[in-house]
Write a protein that binds this ligand. Structure first.
Ligand code: PGA
Length: 341
């Protein structure tokens, strides 16, 4: 008697199950291209040649049955399908990361010390991130130094900490491993009752007429503020210089002037506090945070674990930003296009 057996070998894949044919490597390559905004950088990070990365994406596209990136001039841009796939990848990698940390814990790698030095805007999120990290590694000692960009770079050159967070990649002559990891939009802040509040698309020249409060020399935000003024051909009317974002927020509420600060500095009060964000042409200035360490530094187990954890924490940061600022168009504005040069 002939019995027909079910075979999976050559049978067509049932509709809706195509993605199960994707390999983990393809997803890794895809995730890295999307996150880093470049085929070249992704290939570098994964120690692949660029043709290999491209062929992985070609196969993944076939499996997905939809284009994942599209060509715009000389650049490529993620499609809607690509964006959905990216979100799924982040969840998969985040779950694996979690599992890896659990496995390490089971292997007994529980103790150690993590030393971080971060720029001032990152202080609005690093403590929370450390809180979540210490749920996974409760016995690790944590040390967090918050200071400005120049001091963070000095600390890195002196090898004082394990990992660093900057708001802008360091100059080329500083030898560092750099991991872009989360958006950091800079906005113009005003007191809630300022006459410009509620106006749409305010021209920069209106803002340039106002007194400004600016951070101290050595601050990355100060540099970014000065750059936006000089690019627009104006000189800021500096009323006051202050060495702390929180002090600046109080000075803005006190009516001393406007200021350019990170949107993250409103993390606790959100959109309901005494400060508000003006809708100024050219803003937000989309910046990004970078995690980094000195090149060739032998990272401790804890530092490696934190690095992995932090990179995958980005999705949480984005979710929190969107909860607080539902109108914010994070993704498109940060990575408008993926350059393949
Ligand atoms: P700063 O850096 O603390 O040096 O101003 C903040 C940033 O670049 O986001």
């Amino acid at each position: 008697m002939a019995v027909e057996t079910e075979t999976t070998e050559n049978s067509p894949t049932p509709p809706g199950h195509m993605l199960r044919h994707a390999t983990f490597r393809q997803l890794q390559v895809f995730e890295a291209i999307y996150r880093l905004g470049s085929f070249t950088k992704a290939a570098e990070e994964l120690f692949l040649t660029q043709p290999t990365a491209s062929s992985q994406i070609k196969k993944l596209t076939e499996v997905a049955g939809l284009p994942l990136f599209e060509q715009v001039g000389r650049n490529v841009k993620p499609t809607e399908a690509g964006t959905h796939l990216y979100q799924a990848c982040r969840q998969i990698f985040s779950a694996l990361n979690h599992l890896e940390a659990k496995f390490d814990e089971l292997k007994g790698l529980k103790r150690g010390r993590l030393r971080l030095a971060v720029i001032t805007t990152a202080k609005y999120l690093t403590p929370e991130m450390l809180g979540d990290f210490s749920v996974l590694y409760p016995d690790i000692d944590l040390s967090l130094k918050v200071t400005n960009r120049d001091r963070v770079i000095e600390r890195m050159l002196a090898d004082e900490d394990d990992l660093y967070i900057l708001g802008q990649a360091p100059e080329k002559d500083i030898e560092a491993e750099i991991y872009p990891f989360a958006p950091n939009p800079l906005v113009v802040m005003a007191p809630r009752h300022h006459p410009l509040v509620g106006q749409k698309n305010i021209p920069f020249e209106e803002i340039a007429k106002e007194p400004f409060i600016i951070r101290e020399p050595g601050s990355g935000i100060r540099d970014a503020t000065q750059r936006v003024f000089s690019d627009s051909g104006y000189k800021p009317k500096i009323r006051m210089e202050l060495g702390s974002n929180e002090a600046i927020k109080h000075a803005v509420v006190g009516g001393l002037g406007l200021s350019v600060l990170s949107l993250h500095s409103l993390a606790l009060e959100g959109s309901e506090g005494p400060l508000t964000v003006l809708d100024v042409q050219g803003f937000p200035i989309w910046r990004q945070w970078y995690l980094l360490h000195r090149k060739n530094k032998e990272l401790s187990f804890v530092a490696k674990a934190f690095l992995r954890f932090a990179i995958h924490y980005e999705i949480k940061i984005r979710e929190r930003m969107l909860r607080t600022w539902p109108g914010l168009k994070i993704q498109g504005d940060i990575k408008p296009s993926i350059s393949d040069k």
